[in-house]
Ligand binder design. Sequence first.
Ligand code: CA
Length: 232
Amino acid sequence: MTNPPSILVIEDEAAIADTILYALSTDGMSVAHCALGGAALARLRAQVPDLVILDVGLPDINGFEVCRTLRTFSDVPVIFLTARHEEIDRIVGLEIGADDYVVKPFSPRELAARVRVILRRAGTRAAPPPAPPAAAAAQGFTLDADGARVAWRGRWLDLTRYEYLLLSLLLRHPGRIYSRAQLMALVWHDAADTIDRTVDTHVKTVRAKLRALDPGCDPIRTHRGMGYSLAA
Ligand code: CA
């Protein structure tokens, strides 16, 4: 897990754009917005997101044209927003290169669900939030994999990237003991320079953050000479 999936919403109607932005960001996605097709294409040429949500009826460039131009330089998944059923034939006709569409008015939840499906299909990072293992939930943890965050006793922890990766790994397998070498390989696999003490340091900072919420509780077990686990 690195950053949350990035979504660009191209929609000129502010109320609709706001609804989408709200739904997707509460779903843990990183959302940007453009009201015009021209500005959106300029932005897309500079940086391609993980997925594009594209209104057909834009005031400057028609959404179909935006998509056609986009396809000359990117295969990023596109979901069309359309107000008219007669446009669906063109969208699903595949000449445009769309991945999906929703017809206005639509439910933001439905749109968010479709975004997740397409991101998963595209093999990006937006894995569905796994149900927390019973033992992790019993310890009071909630894992939000889409948002790359962890709540403990109903409050979100302010974790760094590696603290999150470390804690979420323990949460996925309560009771399992990970050696420092395993944690180094599983959590810090993309880090250039690391030493074993990195694990100890991060366990210590995660514990401090948990202790800040409940001084009397330490759900992370130290197994001397073996490693760490979440209390099962
Ligand atoms: Ca429109």
